[in-house]
Design a protein around this ligand. Sequence first.
Ligand SMILES: Cc1cc2nc3c(=O)[nH]c(=O)nc-3n(C[C@H](O)[C@H](O)[C@H](O)COP(=O)(O)OP(=O)(O)OC[C@H]3O[C@@H](n4cnc5c(N)ncnc54)[C@H](O)[C@@H]3O)c2cc1C
Length: 490
Amino acid sequence: MLAGGAYPAMLALNLLPAAPAHAFKLEGSGKGKHIIILGAGLAGMTVAYELGKLGYHCTILEARNRAGGRCWSIRKGASETETTNSHQTANFDNGLYFNAGPSRIPHHHELTMQYCKELGVPLEVYNNVNESTYYYSEGNGSLSNQKVRAREVHNDMRGYMSELLAKAVDQGQVDTSLSSEDAAKVIEYLRAEGGLDIDKLYKASARRGYLEAPGAGNKVGSVADPHKLADIIQSGLLDPDFYNVAEYTYELQMTMFQAVGGMDKIAQALEKQVGKSIKFGAEVTEVQNQPEGVKIIYKDKKGTQELTGDLCVCTLPLPVLSNINHNFSSDVSRAIDFVPYIQTGKIGLQFKRRFWEEDEHIFGGITHTNNELTQIFYPSNDYLSKKGALIGYYNFNEKAKAVGELSYKEREQLALQKGGMIHPQYPKEFENSFSVSWHKLPHSLGGWAVYSSDDRNTHYQALQKPEGQVYFAGEHMTYLTFNRLDGRGL
Ligand SMILES: Cc1cc2nc3c(=O)[nH]c(=O)nc-3n(C[C@H](O)[C@H](O)[C@H](O)COP(=O)(O)OP(=O)(O)OC[C@H]3O[C@@H](n4cnc5c(N)ncnc54)[C@H](O)[C@@H]3O)c2cc1C
């Protein structure tokens, strides 16, 4: 995503052949040209890194006092102030962290992977799919208000759906012209897929886990009967909150990776290369195309400053840019003002003990709920160590909006109360928390751009073209913004 974000600007600068399959190999010389880059997120720093290789003189203006933007891992001392909440500082133990922004690198994000290789950022596997995690549905069904292992629901549903379909194929009710030979093959497939018995019925199966685990000697183990299909449905476990999307979505298919020690190690590696070009605490307030070159106005602790350059690469998130003075054309101005960003939030919770591993055999992966938490993410690192930090909620849209309105303390209480219904160990083991509402961070004002297909044909296209001497880059300049139908994201 980071390289994808920088790519359109470079393409527009005639520096790239189309569709790179590996990290940039740019040609040409930028000697004597001054490029002003707005924002020291991954896109801004990548631009400076690549253009710097060609001899361009780059200045990056960054409003925050840190680099990385959304690529931010929360460790002891991390701090932020939200638009409607005061300052908070993380108090995690040394060595503990959570990724407030990106936490997963899909294996097909070739450029990101290539940069990690080039810059020496070690990666480890991120366990995105874990059958041991839970589904927790608040409601009135007989499986509601209790934790149910994902493997039980997945395998029961796979079994019931296969059974239904096998019956339909048997009775010739499937609306395709299957030869009897093909129908037999389909039935064999359904029996294997659903774990059906010889009569093509779904019955108790070890796939959905054990009541008593098998072991040594004569400990044979015992399995339970499946949940009833009607109970699964009436308990809300077939609702969109629990769609089994993680395994299916292209972006979330295993193998996934994370940077060892926190995703912002990627930002730190880029900063090591281009740090000298970054002016921190420099908040851009105005972007002006001049007859030749650009003029940027920014505020720092000394007051209002002016900087001129030949070209500008602007990576500011659109909701931020929308509050900045500029002399862009009306098409570009409209695009900046109208493209919405998702509301999203996360809370990191530090615990004295990794009870999810010790007591419940959960090593990485995600628990899903239909309440405000939406998801609990278990760490994919430092397994079996003493303490741990997990992500106590990761929510979107209306739920993120409601939780974002709360104070930090209230968010913590909510995460502990709702999470405690799933993990009763919470009250005893909890130590401290840090929460982030991305739409409330003044230099982000949202998680990522959410384009409708109409917007892709209009606003998105307007931003693809250079605007005078200003080129747009960043997450919102890609098709990797991850606008799935359910509006969720990476
Ligand atoms: C909760 C969350 C989860 C995500 N999960 C994933 C994931 O798992 N995998 C994945 O690939 N992607 C994920 N993403 C997306 C990923 O984080 C972004 O695509 C990427 O970090 C964007 O980089 P950027 O450089 O385009 O923007 P940013 O990182 O936002 O950089 C913009 C920079 O501009 C600065 N800035 C803002 N205003 C001003 C101003 N007025 N003056 C100067 N500077 C300013 C900001 O401080 C920031 O440093 C996630 C994002 C979020 C929020």
